[in-house]
Design a protein around this ligand. Structure first.
Ligand SMILES: Cc1cc2nc3c(=O)[nH]c(=O)nc-3n(C[C@H](O)[C@H](O)[C@H](O)COP(=O)(O)OP(=O)(O)OC[C@H]3O[C@@H](n4cnc5c(N)ncnc54)[C@H](O)[C@@H]3O)c2cc1C
Length: 335
């Protein structure tokens, strides 16, 4: 059984990992993952920026994660043993971070999988050979099942023409944007606190360099609140980076301080509205859907969603898709 997973964020990697474990216990699956990015990250991405004092490294998406379910706790304990994650008490008693960056557990999950990076999937159709993925550089045909592991809005075009029931649920989820400022400084800012929450236009500001396993160069990550992010969504990154820097320095009591480097990242799709589902599986056509938006806007939810989908795929036997040759989805545009 050939399965394509579109999206190598936490949900897609969780699903692919669970499927490949099933393969090792005799399920006979061939799993191929496709992601438009250059490497593991998604909304847990890390950004590196050169500074006159060396390279600065920033967690520019998820800042930490929490662990509530026993299944996820078991996976996290594996990451702890492998040195991929550590607690970060500054963010709360239940907060964990990847070490040396948030992408560490994703890299660990990605390593044994067959992943095609730099592979933007622009469309999906079915023909006599099964599901066919349309990539910029050509088609990849012959999949018996496809898993869509994308943020809600990016999943919409795929679901609109493949599964009306999944599409109806998908359109109920809306993902808020988040402007994120990244700053490195030649010397520490004045405050001793490493974390601030909800101060003016800032929803979160943290000394990134205070997380376990980070380089000592003083770095900060600042997230604007959703209303401000939405209102300023189309502004140039330079002016957003300047606005968030002055809010940060007002907060820390360092007005006038200059950053060694500053940058802003526009997350158009950051935090989803939760639907309280887990994974969606249609065995009639071999179509699965997972992602944080099905459950809740958290790293743990993305992992749980991927794992739940893999369980459903195992529990409900595959029916080979009808081979009608119909095109199900037109080419999509990149977002
Ligand atoms: C700014 C920010 C702060 C956050 N803070 C926290 C936090 O503190 N704690 C917490 O638990 N969670 C936080 N989150 C949420 C958390 O990051 C997400 O819930 C989780 O990472 C979602 O994983 P996912 O796999 O569902 O989606 P994603 O991580 O978005 O993965 C989707 C993948 O699909 C790929 N992709 C998209 N379109 C295509 C295409 N057409 N073809 C191929 N590949 C494609 C992308 O490159 C990406 O790798 C935050 C998110 C953001 C953005």
């Amino acid at each position: 059984m050939r399965i394509a997973v579109i999206g190598a964020g936490m949900a897609g990697l969780s699903c692919a990992t669970a499927l490949s474990r099933a393969d090792r216990t005799g399920a006979d699956l061939e799993i191929r993952v496709f992601d438009k990015g250059r490497g593991p990250g998604g909304r847990m991405a890390t950004r590196r920026i050169a500074t006159p004092l060396g390279e600065a490294c920033f967690d520019m998406g998820a800042q930490y994660f929490t662990v509530r379910s026993p299944d996820f706790a078991e996976e996290v304990s594996r990451w702890v043993s492998a040195g991929q994650v550590a607690p970060w008490p500054a963010a709360g008693p239940e907060a964990w971070v990847g070490t040396p960056s948030m992408t560490a557990p994703l890299k660990d999950m990605a390593a044994p999988l067959d992943i095609a990076w730099n592979s933007f999937v622009a469309g999906l159709s079915r023909d006599a050979e099964g599901w066919r993925l349309h990539l910029k550089d050509g088609d990849v045909p012959g999949f018996d099942a496809v898993v869509i592991a994308l943020p809600a809005e990016q999943a919409t075009p795929f679901l609109a023409l493949t599964d009306p029931a999944f599409f109806q649920r998908n359109v109920l989820s809306q993902t808020s944007p988040c402007w994120t400022g990244l700053y490195a400084f030649a010397a520490p800012l004045s405050v001793s606190a490493d974390v601030f929450r909800k101060q003016g236009i800032i929803s979160w500001a943290a000394r990134n360099s205070a997380k376990p396993g980070r380089a000592p160069l003083e770095t900060w990550v600042v997230q604007a609140d959703h209303d401000w992010s939405r209102a300023h969504l189309e502004e140039p990154p330079e002016s957003v980076a300047a606005a968030l820097l002055s809010s940060l320095l007002a907060l820390t009591g360092d007005p006038g301080r200059e950053a060694l480097v500053q940058s802003a990242h526009r997350w158009r799709f950051a935090l989803s509205t939760p639907l309280g589902l887990d994974g969606l599986w249609n065995p009639e056509i071999g179509l699965g859907v997972c992602g944080d938006w099905l459950l809740a806007p958290r790293v743990e939810s993305a992992w749980l969603s991927g794992a739940a989908l893999a369980r459903r795929m195992g529990a409900q036997p595959f029916t080979r898709p009808a081979r009608g040759g119909e095109a199900l989805s037109p080419a999509l545009t990149s977002r």
